[in-house]
Each structure stands twice: as C-alpha cells, then as structure tokens.
Design a protein around this ligand. Structure first.
Ligand code: COA
Length: 440
C-alpha cells in the first residue's frame, strides 16, 4: 500500500478541460494541495490542462506512474484500465460510478479481472478519491485543503467522506488520511488498516463502515493494528441495511455479530459521527492509558453530569489522596472527586488544583461553566501554559467556543459538553490495548 499513499507520480485519466467536471477538480486539488511528485493529465481531446502537458493515453506518458486516478464514464473504464495495466501502474483509484452499486456486477467483475491480469490494485470504484497529508496528496474532488493531524478516515460512503473533510476543518480536527473505498471491488478496509495501523503519521483510524466481506480478515487486521480504531457502523437496522445495500451494494450483515467482532478485537464503536470524532480527537492528542479520572469543576451540575457519564461507561473516579485539594476549595466547595471549586473559582484556583493534580496517575477532566469571574480564553491560555494536558469541557457562549477552538488548536482535547469529553476519556481508557505501554 506504500505506493498508493506515497506515489512518486500520479496520472489523472479524464482530467477534463471543464473546471466544473470532476476530473478537472481532482487535478486542481492535486496541484493546489502541494503534491511534490509528477502529475500527468490524460485526455485525448486536450494538449494542456492547468498548465500541464496533457497526454492522449497513459501509454504516452514518458515516465513511470505509481497511481492512476480514473474519472471517465463507467463504460470507458475497462479500456483505460487495460492501458493502465499495460503501462505497469501498480494502483488505480476508480472514481467512476455505475458498477455494482447500480446492479452492474458484470462491469465490476470485468475491471477486477483486468486488474488481476496486470497486477493493478484497484481502489473503488464509486469513490471520491484518496488524500494523504504527509505526501501532500489530495486526489479527491472534495475540499482542496484539510487540517493536518493524526486521524485517518476510511469511508465507505463517498459524499459523507467528502463532507467530513470540510466538517473536520471547522472543528479543529486534523487528518492524516482520507480514503474512499466505495464498492471495494479489490482493496478492502483491511488492506488500508494494515498500512495505516503502522503509519507513523497516523495516531487513530476512524472507519465509516456499511459492510465487510471477510469478517475473519477484518478481525485480524484490526487486531494487528498498532493504532486504535473507531468504527461507525451504518446499516444496523433492517431498513438501514436495505439502504446500505442499494448504496454501495454492501451486505450490512447482522449487527449483533458485528458488534461482537468489534468487542473481541478491541475496536471502539461510536454511536454516530460526532462521537467518533470526539473519541478520535482524544486519541490523536493523547496516548491511551487505563487510568481513573479526577474531575475539577466550577459547577456542581456539570460535575454530576460528568460523573454519571463516566459511571455509565464504567470508568472509575479517583477515590484516594484527595484531602490535599481541601486547600484550594472554599469552605462551601467539595474536595471529594469531583473537586468543586464553585462558581467563584478564578483562573488561579483552577491552576492551583491542576498543580496538585499534576503528579496523580489519573486523567484530569477539567470542567468549566462560563461565569463573569473567569474569562474562558484566559483560562484556556493558562491551561496550556501549565503544561499539563487535561481533557477539557467548557460550557458557555461565544468566548467559550473561542476557548475550545484555542485548546484544540494546541492539541488539548476540549469539548462543548461534559458527556462528549467523557466519550474522549472512554476512548483513551479503552484504546489502551493498542501499542500503549502496559497493555492488558
Ligand atoms: N481517456 C482520458 N480521458 C478521456 C477519455 C479517455 N479514453 N475519453 C474521454 N475523456 C475525457 C473527456 O473528453 C472529458 O474531458 P473534456 O471535458 O475535456 O472533454 C473527460 O474525460 C471526462 O469525461 P466526460 O465524458 O465528460 O465525463 P464526466 O466528467 O461528465 O463524468 C465521471 C465522468 C467519472 C465523473 C462520471 O461518469 C461519474 O461516474 N460520476 C459519478 C462520480 C461519483 O460520484 N463517484 C462516487 C463518489 S462518492
């Protein structure tokens, strides 16, 4: 898979002259994201596209090509794929729709056979492309940019994957890779997990999954992954499963069985997109560990909500060595975990409590309700300066949102509600079986 993610040269077959067309947008994204290798537009009707010499066929390209991105109508795909094979290109990403997902099994089988004949591995068809930030490769027709980070996203849904590229950007979520797998005619999630699970630029893998073909192989790949894996399973219900089948032709399978598989191999299941990225954010910024939680708050209510959420997820709270916090608590506060600094808490009070918590072998969950006595941005800056990495939840208005963005920008996981912060802690607590010290 190395060459798929780190190609030295890319050809775009169907690189249209028309800026509105998909083939044109992919070529533009490759150039604008800053790909440093060679780029070859292929279009029999053009001499030059976006300032690059265009070739009639990939067979006319003078140098080697590592990745061919194919964006021509489905009926032409076998012909251009033959040429890709003859050229000796190891990977083809087939953007084109019109295969198994619309019942055209024969055409899909035909391209699989051409791929096999020439040893071309096929990503797709029916995909939006592939992005890998470390290579500055954005061979997608999604946004031209994403925020750099350690989360790799594998998506069986095209439109959803594309939309998440923009969605993550507005939430300070950084991506190492985005891969659209579409119909999975050849390359499966497992092949990608094998690469990303060992990739030094990736810290966590998020997979939007409708169905898997080979449960055993999937389990093995997840088990071997050095990086935690968060799965969003779609098609859980009978109706959802029917929708999945007409979407990517996937067999969604029995959800209960799938859930069991995930549990056995230690993958985390997220209820929805938001929870998946809440989990992934924590795993991107911090190393997983099975530690109890120390809650520091200025609000009793959110302290209770956080405690409920922790307890529901089976995460213990620190119960010993709490007396020292008495010093920083007003007489009407509580020093029993949650450590309640009360609504009058100032930035200094948070810092004193954080200092006392510094050496504890616990996750620190820092909760804040916006009050007029403590400015959220000032608190955020001081948290960062303290050099301790808590998991933060701040509830409040515009200034609080700014503080959340600031903290996430500094790789301190910060969330708008306590329950979402607890989802992050859960991932850190449960993600421990992967690669971390002291694996159970
Ligand atoms: N080799 C290279 N380029 C060729 C070619 C060949 N053999 N034959 C034609 N072309 C060129 C065309 O001339 C055209 O370029 P031009 O606009 O400069 O003339 C370009 O390839 C594209 O072909 P066109 O027929 O205009 O197709 P299109 O751009 O309208 O549609 C797809 C192509 C792949 C985008 C479309 O068929 C498709 O599948 N769309 C759905 C994609 C999708 O949603 N995927 C799933 C994502 S979630």
């Amino acid at each position: 898979m190395e060459r798929l993610f780190k190609p030295r040269s890319v050809a775009v077959i169907g690189a249209s002259r028309n800026p509105e067309k998909i083939g044109h947008k992919i070529l533009r994204n490759i150039l604008e994201f800053g790909f440093r290798g060679k780029v070859y537009p292929i279009n029999p009707k053009a001499d030059e596209i976006l300032g690059l010499k265009s070739y009639s066929s990939i067979l006319d390209v003078p140098g080697d090509v590592d990745l061919a991105v194919i964006a021509v109508p489905a009926p032409i795909v076998p012909k251009v794929l033959e040429e890709v094979g003859k050229k000796g290109v190891p990977f083809a990403a087939i953007i084109s729709s019109g295969f198994k997902e619309v019942g055209n099994e024969e055409l899909e089988q035909e391209i699989v056979e051409i791929g096999r004949k020439y040893g071309v591995r096929i990503l797709g068809p029916n995909i939006f492309g592939i992005l890998y930030s470390p290579s500055r490769l954005n061979a997608t027709f999604g946004p031209k940019d994403v925020k750099d980070g350690g989360i790799a996203l594998i998506s069986q849904s095209g439109a959803l994957g594309i939309s998440l590229m923009g969605w993550t950007q507005t939430r300070e979520i950084g991506l190492s890779a985005v891969v659209s797998v579409g119909n999975k005619a050849d390359i499966e999630d497992e092949d990608l997990i094998e690469f990303l699970g060992r990739d030094p630029n990736t810290r966590v893998i998020v997979i939007y999954l409708e169905g898997i073909r080979d449960g055993r192989r999937f389990m093995e790949a997840v088990r071997k992954s050095e990086k935690p894996i968060v799965v969003i399973k779609a098609g859980k219900t009978r109706e959802g499963s029917r929708a999945a089948s007409s979407h990517t032709g996937a067999l969604a399978g029995e959800y209960r069985v799938f859930k069991g598989i995930l549990r056995q191999v230690g993958a985390l299941e997220a209820k929805n997109l938001e929870e998946a990225f809440d989990m992934a954010r924590a795993l991107d910024f911090l190393d997983p560990a099975r530690k109890p939680v120390l809650v520091i708050t200025n609000g009793g209510g959110i302290g209770v909500l956080a405690t409920d959420a922790l307890s529901e997820r089976g995460i213990p709270l620190v119960r010993n060595g709490l007396e020292k916090f008495r010093r920083v608590i007003p007489p009407f506060g509580s020093w029993r975990n949650p450590i309640d600094l009360t609504g009058q808490a100032k930035v200094e009070d948070y810092l004193s409590a954080l200092e006392l918590a510094r050496d504890s072998d616990a996750w620190i969950l820092l909760l804040y309700c916006e009050t007029a006595v403590t400015d959220p941005m000032e608190l955020a800056r001081e948290i960062e300066r303290a050099g301790i990495k808590p998991i933060v939840s701040m509830v409040g208005g515009e200034r609080t949102q700014e503080a959340l963005r600031y903290l996430n920008g500094k790789r301190i996981p910060a969330y708008p509600t306590p329950e979402r912060a607890v989802a992050g802690i859960y991932a850190l607590y449960r993600g421990v079986r992967f690669g971390a010290k002291g694996n159970p």
